[in-house]
Design a protein around this ligand. Structure first.
Ligand code: PLP
Length: 412
């Protein structure tokens, strides 16, 4: 049977909704359509029962209590609520004055963490952006060295969305607890794919999203610890006082029900999926690197999510590479900013050159990725890179054994 193209290998960007999730959501659009805030009739109670059930499913996935789950519009909002909400609540000095408190995060966080922290800097908070090692990892030692007397919050992602590296979250959390500092983790790529237990893992605040785990888009959750310590946050949105005042607004009942179902499925199928994905990812990485010289898999060799492969190809031009593999829906090592094509800041933080960052592919596999699709991707990528290198004088020189770093280029 012919393979259907393009082949989807961008599951770190978003995943298809699991049909079982859609099925669970459907009644809440039409029959069980009530507002869970309506206390006086069964329409409200039935909708509330759906939300309660979902809250239990999310809490169970995280090893949390139901009361510790706040529903949001996604991980972006969860990150903003955790970071801005904690900064406003635990600041050292009132607004307008400098030195309001110190926040530690890393250079390779998602923009949904970096940008709120940068805004807080403009508002008078201090921030340290930790630089990862060449393997992409942020360690507890790095955090320890950055700690200050006025540090109020540490925010380190559990696993990176571009290179899949997994940070040592439990020791970082233990360090924060020892020092009495709040610890937030953006677990969008981790929760639902790998095991979480907020008690064991020493996490105070944890962000996650529905659409990265086969749930719907536009819904997510923030775990907020209720004891040891009881975390307080200043809300971003005021209004009807829903979600215990943390997040006002009528609940996205269908989305929440979908997120809950996605968490339930994730919990049941996580082990199986992770093993299968690791096999496929290894097949993909080996298949490509065994047949091509001058390419590298980015990130840590083993501390890496089973579904993300990020590979850089020397002696090919980034845009040409993307064009040549357009039957594979994947991401490149370039980020489109308004004006230009910037190399990925994550790959740059690993000390990759601009050229190598541009000629990188992020291939992220999912629940329904097949070995046949992986083999197809290997064929396409190998053929594309070989073809592009045929046109590269630099690759010729490299093949002839000329050390390109020692070549003196003419200046005209
Ligand atoms: C996708 C993603 C986000 C943003 O999540 P949304 O639910 O789309 O807002 C944040 N952090 C990481 C690591 C992600 O992968």
């Amino acid at each position: 049977m012919a393979l259907k193209t393009p082949v989807y290998m961008d599951h770190a960007a978003t995943t298809p909704c699991d049909p079982r999730v859609v099925e669970a959501m459907l009644p809440f659009f039409t029959t069980t359509f009530g507002n869970p805030g309506s206390r006086n009739h069964s329409f409200g109670w039935d909708a509330e029962a759906g939300v309660d059930r979902a809250r239990g499913q999310v809490a169970s996935l995280l090893g949390a209590d139901e009361k510790e789950i706040i529903f949001t519009s996604g991980a972006t909002e969860s990150n903003n609520l955790a970071i801005r909400g904690a900064a406003a609540m635990y600041e050292k000095k009132p607004a307008g004055q400098t030195g309001r408190g110190h926040i530690i995060t890393s250079l390779i966080e998602h923009k949904a963490v970096l940008d709120p922290v940068k805004r807080l800097q403009k508002e008078g908070f201090d921030a340290t952006f930790l630089e990862p090692g060449p393997d992409g990892l942020i360690t507890a030692d790095m955090v320890r060295h950055a700690l200050r007397d006025d540090t109020i919050l540490v925010s380190i992602m559990w696993a990176n969305n571009e290179i899949g590296t997994i940070n040592d979250i439990p020791p970082i959390g233990a360090l924060c607890h020892e020092k009495g500092i709040l610890f937030h983790t953006d677990a969008t790529q981790w929760a639902g794919k790998m095991p979480v237990h907020v008690e064991r893992d020493n996490v105070d605040l944890l962000s996650m999203s529905g659409h990265k785990i086969y749930g719907p888009k536009g819904v997510g959750a923030l775990y907020v610890r209720r004891r040891k310590p009881r975390v307080r946050l200043t809300p971003l949105v005021d209004g009807g006082g829903q979600e215990r005042g943390f997040r006002s607004g009528t609940l996205n009942v269908t989305g929440i029900v979908g997120l809950g179902k996605a968490c339930e499925i994730a919990q049941a199928e996580m082990d199986h999926d992770a093993h299968r994905l690791l096999e496929l990812r290894t097949r993909l990485e080996k298949g490509v690197t065994a047949r091509l010289d001058s390419c590298q898999v980015n990130g840590h060799p083993t501390k890496r999510l089973p579904h993300i492969a990020n590979i850089s190809f020397g002696f090919v031009e980034g845009e040409g590479l993307m064009m040549a593999v357009k039957e594979i829906a994947c991401s490149s090592g370039s980020a489109c900013t308004s004006a230009s094509l910037e190399p990925s800041y994550v790959l740059k933080a690993l000390d990759l050159s601009d050229e190598l960052a541009h000629s990188s592919l992020r291939l992220s596999l999912g629940k329904w990725t097949t070995a046949e699709q992986v083999d197809y991707a290997i064929e396409k990528i190998v053929a594309a890179v070989r073809k592009l290198r045929e046109m590269s004088p630099l690759y010729d020189m490299h093949k002839e054994g000329i050390d390109l770093s020692k070549v003196e280029w003419g200046h005209h």
